[in-house]
Design a protein around this ligand. Structure first.
Ligand code: ATP
Length: 269
């Protein structure tokens, strides 16, 4: 459904992403794992049309080319982003935040059924519809952020480190909700540092290092891969490169990742 191929992003002279390719299917969760600064947020922002991508990038949604479209048009094509830090409106109530999410044309006429899905997923939001969002806990605010994105009736939901700042128990609950959302037919592209929890619910995993895909496999295989486990010790990404230890055939992509690492080691840019 979402197909990204050869995605590149530059910030001035800094190459943030190079040759990134991935797919997210309906009803499936794909997780993108990587250390700080690897390019995970940039990837989501580029797909969402918030940062421009390099010539040669191809992003297709349900077969339609969407790279280069403005962000609001990408929402209309069925992609919603829950940004890092949630991006909720603290001064507004839960229901006002949700109403803002339903602004997309594609969401008109489906508001009631989406609200039913949301209140089924997060009953606490139904109880607190009129509460000002800034007075809610971090976990509840994350529920509002996800729900607001769902209100645009996306086919693909992208989430940038939704577990950040949440307790282990709340993170577990959140990941369970994401699994239920995927089972309702949404495709999910999840960016995470919490490898343990996210690989448990995901179908597919991608490893990103220095702006390039350093490995990809089924989430189950990655979860049992000792190299991945040691690189993500304690469930959080370390800064150690993992692609060197991965027994996955990576072809050209790995060669690019290795060459970037070699440049880094030699102190070049
Ligand atoms: P984190 O887990 O810390 O959020 P990340 O994997 O999401 O990291 P990005 O935020 O995508 O990484 O950043 C990738 C690289 O691009 C980093 O080197 C970062 O410093 C750089 N970068 C990100 N945003 C900008 C910007 N607006 N201008 C210049 N460089 C940027």
């Amino acid at each position: 459904m979402l197909e990204v191929s050869n995605l590149g992003v530059r910030y001035g002279r800094h190459i943030a992403l190079q040759g990134v390719s991935l797919r997210v299917e309906k009803g499936e969760i794909s997780v993108m794992l990587g250390a700080n600064g690897a390019g995970k947020s940039t990837l989501l922002k580029a797909v969402a049309g918030i940062v421009p991508s390099e010539p040669g990038t191809q992003v297709r949604m349900n077969g339609r080319a969407i790279s280069g479209l403005e962000a609001h048009r990408i929402v209309e094509q069925g992609i919603a982003l829950v940004p890092e830090g949630r991006g909720v409106f603290g001064d507004l109530s839960v229901e006002e935040n949700l109403a803002l999410g339903a602004f997309a044309k594609r969401a008109r006429g489906t508001k009631q059924s989406t609200l039913q899905l949301i209140f089924g997923l997060f009953p606490r939001l139904a109880e607190r519809k009129r509460q000002q969002v800034r007075t809610m806990s971090g976990g509840e605010q994350q529920m509002v952020a996800i729900s607001r994105a769902l209100m645009s009736r996306p086919d693909i939901l992208m989430l940038d480190e939704p577990s950040l700042g949440l307790s282990p128990l709340l993170s577990k609950e959140l990941f369970r909700s994401l699994k239920t959302i995927a089972e309702s037919g949404y495709g999910i592209l999840l960016v995470e540092q919490n490898a343990k929890l996210s690989l448990k619910i995901a179908d597919r995993g991608y490893l990103i290092e220095n702006g390039a895909i350093a490995g990809e496999d089924t989430a189950d295989n990655l979860r049992h891969n000792p190299a991945v486990l040691s690189a993500y010790l304690g469930g959080r990404a370390s800064n150690a490169p993992i692609s060197t230890a991965l027994p996955i055939a990576l072809g050209d992509v790995k060669a690019i990742a290795d060459s970037i690492k070699n440049i880094d080691r030699s102190g070049g840019h």
